[in-house]
Design a binder for this molecule. Structure first.
Ligand code: ADP
Ligand code: MG
Length: 291
């Protein structure tokens, strides 16, 4: 190769690199595909979303419970999901957590973790915590023991035999007790807590596992107004440190906590925006009132 050609090649390379740096594709530019350091097991948030569902569908006996659902959530976001009964809200959470496998579509945690390649326990280990509708605390154990157990079970059975809280974990447990308003009830038997307190304890058990994303299905159902308000404060305090997806029917609660509200209907997104925006949407009004 002559020095001339070498020089031209060098100039072409420089030109390509300059173009790549400028190209503003949604994937972050061509440069994003090369040489980007990514630590295995660490969540890749470079594309600004922690959860990404694309064109997801699932049928049960020919009935499409989820039908072309696409949705994404930003890191630290508190997203509210509303929608009539049977809209597919719980099924969506089943898909994200690996309980139900979709027939088609993509589900990603960060940019690189394909959740459809993982089973339920693996997805929990990856940092997605789920709170079901009914509280499932161990009633015969104390508040403290329930929180401690949450950490043990997350670490796996073998580790749990020799498990002791280290000082960082003890500190976290104490901080979480405050967050969930149960610092005064730490030795109380969980079966003696009110319904709302049991729900908070279960959220505390999830927090012990330090999830990056929390999925909460109708968390304030059955709570008193006072408990509902304290739960709103709790969720607002979690926002930013964790990403949250909250399914709820209680519109006062939604109004209190929401930034963006997604309306699900017939297994897909019907509308999205602020609560005021979606409530003013004719299609949303129709599905809530017109059926
Ligand atoms: P939502 O939580 O929004 O009320 P679901 O996700 O529970 O709605 O249910 C959506 C639809 O899918 C409903 O019609 C429900 O009956 C149906 N469905 C959910 N899970 C199953 C299942 N495992 N088998 C059959 N049908 C199901
Ligand atoms: Mg449901």
């Amino acid at each position: 190769m002559t020095p001339d050609l070498l020089e031209q090649g060098h100039a072409r390379l420089a030109q390509h690199q300059a173009q790549a740096a400028q190209s503003q594709t949604v994937s972050g530019g061509r440069s994003a595909g090369y040489g980007r350091l990514h630590t295995p097991g660490e969540l890749d948030l470079t594309h600004g979303r922690i959860l990404y569902l694309d064109d997801v569908s699932v049928s049960f006996d020919g009935f499409k419970a989820i039908n072309g659902l696409s949705l994404d959530i930003a890191p630290g976001e508190l997203r509210c999901i509303i929608g009539p009964n049977g809209a597919g809200k719980t099924t969506m959470m089943d898909i994200i957590t690996g309980k139900t496998r979709p027939d088609s579509g993509q589900v990603f945690f960060g940019s690189t973790i394909d959740l459809l390649r993982h089973n339920e326990p693996e997805i929990a280990q990856l940092g997605i915590g789920r709170k079901f509708q009914k509280p499932t605390v161990f009633e015969h154990l104390s508040v403290f023991e329930n929180l401690e157990l949450a950490l043990k079970t997350h670490k796996g059975v073998a580790a749990s035999m020799f498990f002791r809280l280290d000082s960082a974990q003890s500190d976290r447990l104490a901080a979480i007790l405050h967050t969930i308003h149960l610092a005064d009830a730490v030795r109380r038997q969980s079966g003696l807590l009110s319904h709302g307190q049991k729900q908070w304890l279960e959220i505390g058990m999830l927090l012990m596992q330090d999830p990056k994303l929390l999925l909460l299905d109708e968390p304030v159902a059955g709570m008193t107004d006072f408990e509902t308000e304290r739960t709103a404060e709790l969720f607002l305090s979690l926002k930013g440190q964790h990403s949250l997806m909250v399914v709820e029917h209680d519109m006062h609660f939604i109004e209190r906590i929401s930034d963006i509200v997604t309306v699900l209907c017939d297994g897909a997104v019907l509308a999205q925006g602020t609560l005021a925006q979606v409530q003013a949407d004719e299609r949303v009004i129709e599905v809530y009132l017109g059926r």
